[in-house]
Design a protein around this ligand. Structure first.
Ligand code: SAM
Length: 241
C-alpha cells in the first residue's frame, strides 16, 4: 500500500477512506493483520493494521523490508488517447519504471482534457501491483509548445535529451539513441504523438530544436500506446533498470 506519510519503525500512519475500504471490503482485512506499505523516501515496510473503519484507519509501522530504490530517470510525454487508453498508458508506463508522465496537447490530439486525479490513482495502483517503491509523477495536461519553450530553462529538463518517436523523416534507430543516453548518464524523455500523428508544423519545430533527437521504432506504424510501451520497454532492456 502506498502511504504519503514518512515511514519509520514505531510510527503510526493514517489510511485514507479509499485505502480503508480496499483493505476491509476487498481484501477482508482487520486490525492485527499485517501488510506492506511503501513510499519513495522510506522504501518498503512491514506494518500492522491498528484501526480500520469505513472512513479510514491507522497502521503501526514495524520494520523495513526493502530500502528506497530510485526509478530510472525516464519521462514519457504523450498525447492523451481515447477510450480508456490514457489510463492504460499510465498503468503500463508505471510498470515499465517511468519516473514522470507528462500528458501533452498536440495539434492533432483529439482528447483535450484528462482526469488528473484518476491518472494519479492509476499510477499508485500500478506501482502497488508491480511492487515498485516509487510512484511516477503525473503532470497536468500542458501544451506541447509550452513544454518545449520551458525545456532549456528548467533545471530538470535542460540537460535531458527529448527523443521524439517519428515514423517519417530522418530518425536514428531507437536502440542506438537509448544506448547513447544511458552511457551519457541515464536521463531521458520520450515524446509519442497522438493517433493522428504529430502535425507537420510540430515536426518542423521539433526538427529545429537542439535538445530533440528523432527516433524510429521500426518499419510499421504503431498505435500511440504501443509506441509508448516500445520506447520504455527498450529503455528497461538496455539500461537494465
Ligand atoms: N502519422 C501516422 C499516420 O496517421 O499514419 C500515425 C501516428 S502513430 C499511430 C502515433 C504515434 O506513434 C506517432 O506520432 C509516433 O510518435 C509514434 N510511432 C508510431 N509508429 C512509429 C514508428 N514506426 N517509428 C516512430 N514512431 C512511431
Amino acid at each position: 500500500l502506498h502511504l504519503d506519510t514518512p515511514l519509520a519503525a514505531g510510527q503510526a500512519a493514517g489510511l485514507s477512506g479509499d485505502q480503508a475500504h480496499y483493505l476491509r471490503g476487498v481484501l477482508r482485512q482487520a486490525p492485527g493483520d499485517r501488510l506492506l506499505v511503501f513510499n519513495e523516501a522510506g522504501g518498503e515496510w512491514l506494518a500492522e493494521i491498528a484501526t480500520l473503519t469505513k472512513s479510514g484507519g491507522t497502521v503501526a509501522v514495524l520494520e523495513r523490508t526493502r530500502p528506497p530504490a530510485p526509478c530510472p530517470d525516464v519521462w514519457l510525454l504523450f498525447a492523451p488517447l481515447k477510450g480508456g487508453r490514457t489510463e492504460y498508458v499510465v498503468e503500463k508506463a508505471t510498470e515499465l519504471g517511468v519516473a514522470r508522465l507528462c500528458p501533452v496537447l498536440t495539434r492533432r490530439g483529439d482528447v483535450p482534457r484528462v482526469n488528473l486525479d484518476r491518472l494519479r490513482a492509476n499510477a499508485v495502483e500500478a506501482a502497488e501491483q508491480c511492487e515498485r517503491l516509487s510512484v511516477p509523477v503525473v503532470d497536468p495536461l500542458a501544451d506541447l509548445d509550452d513544454v518545449l519553450d520551458a525545456w532549456p530553462d528548467n533545471p530538470a529538463t535542460r540537460d535531458r535529451p527529448l527523443f521524439v518517436a517519428a515514423e517519417t523523416g530522418a530518425a536514428q534507430p531507437l536502440a542506438a539513441a537509448v544506448t547513447a543516453a544511458t552511457a551519457a548518464g541515464g536521463k531521458a524523455a520520450f515524446l509519442v504523438g497522438p493517433e493522428g500523428g504529430l502535425h507537420p508544423g510540430e515536426l518542423d519545430r521539433l526538427a529545429k530544436t537542439p535538445f530533440v533527437v528523432p527516433v524510429g521504432l521500426g518499419p510499421r506504424i504503431l498505435r500511440a500506446d504501443t509506441a509508448a510501451f516500445v520506447v520504455l520497454a527498450l529503455w528497461q532492456a538496455l539500461a537494465g533498470d
